[in-house]
Design a protein around this ligand. Sequence first.
Ligand code: NAD
Length: 482
Amino acid sequence: VTGGFVTPAISGRTFASVNPANGAVIGTVPDCSAEDMAIAIDAAAAAFESWRQVPAAQRGRLIRSAGQLLTEHAADLAALITAEQGKPLGEARFEVMLTAEAMFWFAEEGRRGYGQTIPDPMGNRRLFTLKQPVGVVGAITPWNIPLLALPRKAGAAMAAGCTVVLKPAEQTPLVALAFAELVAQAGVPAGVLQIVPTSDPGPTAAPLLDDPRVRKLSFTGSTAVGKLLMAGASRTVTNITLELGGNAPAIIFADADISSAVDSIVDLKTQMAGQNCLAPNRIYVDHSILDTVTSALADRVRSVQVGDGAAVGTQMGPLIDADALDRVDRQVRDAVDRGARLLAGGSRLTGPRWSAGYFYPPTVLAAVPADASALAEETFGPVYPVVGFDEESEVVAAANGVEQGLAAYVYTRDLSRAMRVAEALECGMVAVNENRIASTEAPFGGTKASGTGRESGHEGIEAYLETKTVALRFEPSPAGSR
Ligand code: NAD
């Protein structure tokens, strides 16, 4: 990477990035420590003084150029995402496109740091607000959207005039380095974005919580780590945005278009092999259509082509690692042990074609009892636990009965019901007869244990701005003068 955008490890240690489809080492990156993180924060703090003075329009031009470079290198970036993360090439290419779009959006939003003028209760004053960059931003990103997580944090923060120290997930550091390379090539000055890869995230991330110059922390990942970071951020009262785990309900009412609901759910669960915080995790179906929906789901998932994301025709790639495979398998066993019926999939794919990767087939479970872990916990895998319901109020209560509140999906042709249920669900995002809930233009985020704050939309840049109120007194015109 050109221009000092990656912090070298003082120790000289490196770690490997591995392809989850075949176990091949793709490359090695510096294995940074807390000491290296502190150096990155020094550089970001120094760069902040000049970057904040760069007019927002000029910052926007540089961020837009980086977005343009992303589109020009889309094929290479997609191949790298597939190699590191496992998702099929088409999906990886879509991620690159969304990433470029997000860069274009924030390049423009940075120019819209509007304050307010406020009527003065006293006279002879003007009250107004300024929007100013918060300062140095710490960003911690996940492996499931290894590229798209970057513009939502670093793109937005840089556009707002902040400088960024970003720690990518240990499974996908190379994608973050490729992003930094293009940001450097676009002409963003050194120090504005620092990537700090590490195989030991807890200790290495600690300075992001303890250094008072880091004024904002934005994290995407598990609820467990989010809670640790939230507690840690209290030490320096650092502003924090948390995008944490989901456990989305998908509710299919009797009047829904069944085949489009089934397509929508399978589409969502196939992306990232179900390792998507937005993926439906619990499927509630009106009893009158339960058998039809369950068998349609089972038929539909049997046609999903599982394999190496780089191979032609693959629709669903591997899980990210052995831990992910164990968690999914454990939840499926637990549901079956408690009486659920297995209609498709159900165990790790084995044999010569699969053994070097972490492949799990789409798995449909019917009659899943309420106490199964597949309903209470986020699966983060291609599992479809189906549960029947009778009443709207009953299904809303069940949907809300978990600690998470990120996304929800509702399928119905009844507009009044759609509105009632969308308003009653405790979550940050609801999709009605639709599966694409996230877009650059709209706020993205969760309630309850799914996090605090929003990314994307106008809120996505507000997260990196402080509001300063100015009260300015002025002398009235002397009597008789004009
Ligand atoms: P994870 O929390 O283990 O890892 C996410 C990031 O946190 C990685 O960069 C990792 O290195 C880092 N990390 C781990 N321990 C840390 C620590 N002690 N201190 C600081 N950083 C630490 O999560 P995971 O299990 O690898 O990722 C999947 C989770 O992420 C799921 O729960 C999923 O729902 C969530 N997720 C949420 C969203 C969202 O927008 N809400 C998006 C994608 C993923």
